[in-house]
Design a protein around this ligand. Structure first.
Ligand code: TXA
Ligand code: MG
Length: 331
């Protein structure tokens, strides 16, 4: 069922009945269910085809709800909540007060908490009065959805409802920071809030090497899976565009380029498909459009996707992290 923002009560009703409902957040669309209801949460894993050992983030609309899940909130965690909530930051704390169903935490003793800033997400959390366990609303292994259409493409017929809310803002998932041990705050997944911004508030923050950490027990279980991956090969291109394109054209590849207009204009006379990441080289715009572009080419006849690299600073760290996960190789 497609649900408009005006009918948010319908979504609340479905959630109260133990159903799953997709909804927009400022990062990507989430697939929500009552975090206290194990059967409802199981439906999330089933709809996405998500491995059961990958825990879910719980979404809140009020800081007072934190105590339902933990009585251990270190002062650095409070400082970050004050600075960045509502917003694209997930904080991992010890799950001490145990309200969440056991499949939310996937057997871990910790829990990820986040307060989204999207007005429709806030509306839904308030109207339903239900803390929502919600991963990104994509089929496992696909890029996260940044529009209601993306959600429909992956999950229509498998879930009870999709709340429409247009395109999401940031376009990449939230930053996940582990504060279970306050002495070593660690970014498990770079995202909408940068390392620099976090350090302005709490001092030094470690960045886990999430690309390398493919062990059986990585700190953020989700990071061991080859996420965000379209079916076509993706190559990251830094500055040798001309050379790369000519070489691929010679070997009869059908090329799709994901880059700024500035770069795309160089190939206007060539047989290529293009998807713009923005007018200029702008990492904010590129992040907003990245998943949409990957999905666009995945459903098109191109045989190879070339994507523009950005410097690894600020939001560029998150953008490159997602791109490197989608890519097979650098060219
Ligand atoms: O922006 C976002 O965070 C979106 C929107 C919908 O809120 N959600 C999202 O959820 O991206 P998901 O499930 O696709 O990614 C959550 C990541 C996974 O890598 C998961 O392993 C990690 O956070 N995570 C969740 N709970 C954790 C925990 N207790 N300990 C360590 N990592 C955790
Ligand atoms: Mg996800």
């Amino acid at each position: 069922m497609w649900i408009s923002r005006q009918n948010i009560g319908q979504a609340s009703q479905l959630l109260a009945q133990g159903e799953v409902v997709a909804f927009p957040t400022e990062t990507v669309y989430g697939l929500g269910a009552d975090a206290r209801n194990e059967e409802a949460v199981a439906k999330i894993f089933k709809a996405k085809g998500r491995p059961g050992d990958n825990p879910l983030i719980v979404h809140l609309y009020d800081k007072n709800q934190v105590k339902l899940f933990t009585d251990q909130v270190p002062s650095k965690a409070s400082q970050l909540m004050d600075a960045f909530w509502p917003g694209p930051l997930t904080i991992i704390l010890n799950h001490t007060t145990g309200l969440a169903a056991q499949n939310v935490t996937a057997g871990q003793t910790t829990i990820g908490l986040r307060m989204p800033s999207h007005p429709v997400a806030i509306d839904l959390l308030k109207d339903s009065q239900i803390p929502l366990a919600a991963p990104s609303a994509n089929t496992s292994g696909k890029p996260s959805p940044t529009s209601a259409q993306h959600v429909g493409h992956d999950l229509d017929g498998k879930i009870a409802g999709i709340v429409e809310g247009g395109e999401t803002g940031v376009g990449l998932e939230s930053t996940v920071i582990d504060l279970t041990d306050e002495s070593v705050p660690t970014i498990l997944r770079p995202g909408g809030v940068s390392k620099e911004e976090l350090e302005d508030v709490i001092g030094y923050v470690d960045l886990a090497d999430t690309l390398e950490d493919a062990s059986d027990k990585p700190k953020a279980p989700g990071m061991k899976y080859r996420h965000y991956s379209p079916d076509k090969p993706v190559y990251i291109v830094k500055d040798n565009w001309e050379q790369t394109v000519i070489k691929l054209l010679k070997s009869n590849e059908k090329i799709g380029i994901l880059a700024s207009d500035k770069i795309l204009s160089q190939f206007a006379d060539k047989e290529i498909q293009s998807f713009s990441l923005g007018k200029e080289d702008d990492v904010q715009s590129a992040s907003h459009l990245l998943y949409s572009g990957l999905r666009y080419f995945d459903d098109s006849p191109v045989t190879v996707i070339l994507a523009q690299a950005f410097p690894k600073v600020g939001l560029g760290v998150a953008y490159m992290n997602r791109l490197e996960k989608a890519a097979t190789d650098e060219k």
